[in-house]
Design a protein around this ligand. Structure first.
Ligand SMILES: Nc1ncnc2c1ncn2[C@@H]1O[C@H](COP(=O)(O)OP(=O)(O)O)[C@@H](O)[C@H]1O
Ligand SMILES: [Mg+2]
Length: 421
């Protein structure tokens, strides 16, 4: 089989790595890929958002199966464009992807289907927003309606900050069109969890739960990022929480979002009243994918084919009871401006460490050398028979790898360890 992976992050590297284990896979292409993916796939220099270019490539190269990492091409209709040309692709249509690409659409959908979520109001003018804020309790959560690459959500502690935020989103358009309409919602307290399922249009299969670390600095301080680390271990959700998520959140969603296929990822807040849905993503999380796939024993290619061909009910997914953890190595300055082009050392040595894989995110390869090419550079991912062992291995390698300006959080998985005590 010939496979095309769209995207260029650590998530895509983990997917490529899992697919490369299949004997049926003859060739993998990645558009545009990165400096680590190039070891297992041929890089194609087509932008992940160039839908026509990608569809033409799939036709010319006779690609058998396409998998899309990021939300933007899904929101823009890559699945529709590929299906129109008769290509097999795993993912939701643009219409279905509105569960992620419009927070207003999503919140209305949750409400219509009785899905537990934060109370909310919509606003599409400054006056409406100010009106809502006058009546609100604080802290309050302000969300831009459209895709904003993780920059569209602000938790405002007081009315002054809240008014300033809506002013920036709605009037100054700091996020462009994405911030022209808003969701203003109740602040929920609790721990967060990421819950993914494979959905084939009729049935679904749940994956193991994971926890992301969004904030830039230790103890969940500093600005939000694309994700500074993640772990997956069976104790993230209790049996009861998992049952609630399946019966009150995932099932009603897939019944209402008719024929949804691909990955569905629920971002949850585990509140005192039970799990509540913060948002859906219509694709794999990054860096959650890195830990989830490292626990998947079933061949990923088989699962993706079943997902595309409505055959999931007959597929039982096998997971290791092992824990997995990933530590994201970033460039100094992230999530702000960073310097790139620094050479990365220690990658060959890291390959010899048992139970560890280093997935590349913002890297590029030149003459056999690897250089930094973005804010999130590498995802050191480890498995262990306990979470403590997985973390120990990941941190050992995180230290071993060197590049100028390297930084990372030192407390990944700490909440998970505390829970086990
Ligand atoms: N209602 C809420 N209460 C408390 N925290 C929230 C709430 N909604 C979002 N957050 C926080 O903001 C983060 C980003 O919000 P989310 O809805 O996931 O948007 P996005 O991922 O598109 O930026 C969440 O991971 C969570 O930490
Ligand atoms: Mg989110």
């Amino acid at each position: 089989m010939k496979i095309l992976i769209v995207g260029s992050g650590g998530r895509e590297h983990a997917v490529v790595d899992a697919l490369a284990q299949s004997p049926e896979v003859r060739k993998i292409y990645a558009a545009p890929g990165n400096g680590g993916i190039c070891e297992q796939a041929e890089l194609v220099s087509i932008d992940a958002n160039d839908l026509d270019g990608l569809a033409r490539f799939a036709t010319v190269e006779r690609i058998d199966l396409t998998f899309v990492g990021p939300e933007m091409p899904l929101g823009n209709g890559i699945v529709d464009a590929f299906r129109k040309r008769g290509h097999t692709i795993v993912g939701p249509t643009a219409d279905q992807a509105r569960l992620e690409s419009s927070k207003i659409f999503a919140k209305r959908f949750f409400k219509q289907n009785g899905i537990p979520t934060a109370e909310f109001a919509e606003a599409s003018t400054l006056a409406e927003a100010h009106d809502v804020l006058e009546r609100s309790k604080y802290p309050i959560v302000i969300k831009a309606d459209g895709l904003a690459a993780g920059k569209g959500v602000v938790i405002a502690e007081n009315p002054v900050d809240a008014h300033r935020t809506v002013q920036q989103f709605v009037e100054s358009r700091t996020l462009g069109e994405a911030g022209s309409r808003l969701v203003i919602e109740e602040f929920l307290e609790g721990e967060e969890a990421s819950f993914h399922v494979f959905a084939d249009g009729r049935y679904f299969q749940p994956m193991v739960a994971a926890q992301d670390h969004k904030r830039r600095f230790d103890a969940d301080t500093g600005p939000n990022t694309g994700g500074m680390g993640a772990y997956s271990v069976d104790t993230i959700l209790s049996k009861r929480q998992q049952d609630t998520i399946l019966s009150r959140i995932i099932k009603p969603t897939l019944e209402a979002a008719e024929s949804y296929s691909g990955i569905l990822y629920a971002g949850l807040m585990l509140t005192a009243e039970g799990p509540k849905l913060l948002e859906y993503n219509v694709r794999f999380g990054d860096p959650e994918t890195q830990v989830i796939l490292s626990r998947l024993k079933t061949n990923l290619l088989d699962v993706l084919i079943d997902t595309a061909e409505h055959r999931l009910p007959s597929r039982k997914l096998d997971w290791t009871p092992d824990a997995a953890a990933t530590v994201v190595l970033v460039s100094r300055g992230y999530p702000g401006k960073v310097e790139t082009g620094k050479q990365v050392f220690g990658l060959e040595e890291a390959k010899r460490i048992e139970g560890v894989k280093v997935y590349h995110a913002g890297t590029r390869c030149e003459d056999g050398k690897v250089y930094t090419a973005g804010g999130r550079v590498l995802n050191v991912t480890a498995r262990g028979s306990t979470l403590a062992e997985a973390l120990e291995r990941a941190y050992f390698v995180a230290q071993m790898i060197k590049f100028e300006g390297k930084d990372y959080r030192k407390d990944i998985g700490k909440k998970g360890l505390a829970k086990q005590r």
